[in-house]
Write a protein that binds this ligand. Structure first.
Ligand code: NDP
Length: 313
């Protein structure tokens, strides 16, 4: 039987966080969810937290403004997973995690920390473009703090959240697929990797009690989901039984349009640029010192791109 642990999820009400709570409960871990005092009367968040409680999670009160409150909740568990926000068009609070790192350091009992990463591996993005590089730079600041504090970690590189990338046929600014047309980014042939958000949570929770993932980066690369934008479009065309009208946006045009957008939009577009024009997610081999989730956990039946896209029919 798989080992069970005590797990604290920070950011449990978020887009990914709520799935981490669900996966932690499903895998039988004693699951604690941070209820931040600042939530106040945000009725949706409070109701979500209460639903976690009904499913067996423990709610624990704490605040990023109160160091001792964080130390106290961290002392209850063996594993801390943070899914704090990190998408500029929504909210970006990655550096707040430094406070959590301080609390974990002081508590001294945590056997594994998964910081809020879940995207492109920031360690590979030292040459990333402004302004989007802020995401990678901030995540690296957090990594350095974790490593300097000697906290055992696992970094999850989850590649593309399916909801953003498949939903929009890899076009920034879209999260529902058109039945009429699509704009290819360049030739549309760069490979990227798409992962169902629930699968990201399942794999992430699998790593927390696995000695093979200690102090390592785990990339999530479901083999059938390594596809170019053109291939994603073909899958959608097969599902709707119709060819889309295709146009293309050149690299130069994309960058020129990007410069006219506000800061938050530019950050997002920079990420699309690296993924769709440069192929930054799939253009390297996973070397020594890192692992790949679908190889570590072949028992997980991951969602294929085609299966994921049927929800849009
Ligand atoms: P959300 O925007 O859904 O936010 C998650 C949580 O952040 C919130 O529920 C809240 O937690 C917490 N939070 C927000 N503001 C504050 C604050 N001021 N103080 C303390 N906590 C705060 O996050 P996502 O799920 O979108 O992102 C999670 C991670 O996934 C990030 O690292 C992000 O970069 C990454 N990501 C990757 C993508 C990809 O395609 N690879 C796409 C999207 C995200 P609570 O209220 O519960 O305490």
């Amino acid at each position: 039987m798989a080992m069970k642990s005590k797990v604290l999820i920070v950011g449990g009400t978020g887009y990914l966080g709520k799935r981490l709570v669900k996966a932690s409960l499903a895998q039988g871990h004693e699951t604690y969810v941070l209820h931040r005092e600042e939530i106040g009367v945000d009725i949706e968040k409070v109701q979500m937290l209460l639903s976690f409680k009904q499913q067996g999670a423990h709610l624990v009160i704490g605040s990023f403004n109160d160091h001792q409150s964080l130390v106290k909740v961290v002392k209850l568990v063996d594993v801390v997973i943070c899914a704090i926000s990190g998408v500029h068009i929504r909210s970006h609070q990655i550096l707040l995690q430094l406070k959590l790192v301080d609390a974990i350091k002081e508590a001294g009992n945590v056997k594994r920390f998964l910081p809020s990463e879940f995207g492109t591996d920031p360690a590979r993005m030292e040459n990333a473009m402004e302004p989007g590089r802020v995401t990678f730079d901030d995540k690296m600041v957090v990594r350095r703090a974790i490593e300097e504090a000697g906290i055992p970690f696992t970094y999850i590189s989850a590649n593309c959240f399916a909801g953003y990338f498949l939903g929009g046929l890899c076009q920034p600014g879209f999260i529902l697929p058109s039945r009429e047309q699509v704009r290819l980014l360049g030739d549309g042939n760069q490979k990227a990797i798409y992962v169902d958000e629930d699968d990201i949570a399942t794999y992430s929770i699998k790593t927390i009690v696995d000695p093979r993932t200690l102090n390592k980066t785990v990339y999530i690369r479901p083999p059938q989901n390594i596809l170019s934008q053109r291939e994603v479009v073909q899958i959608w065309e097969k599902l709707i039984g119709k060819e889309l009208l295709k146009s293309s946006i050149s690299e130069q045009e994309f960058l020129a349009i990007m410069k006219e957008q506000d800061y938050a939009e530019q950050v997002g577009l920079t990420h699309y640029y690296h993924v769709c024009y440069e192929g930054c997610l799939a253009n390297f081999e996973i070397g020594d010192g890192a692992e790949e989730a679908s190889k570590l956990y072949p028992e997980v039946k991951y969602t294929t791109v085609e299966e994921y896209m049927t929800r849009y029919l």
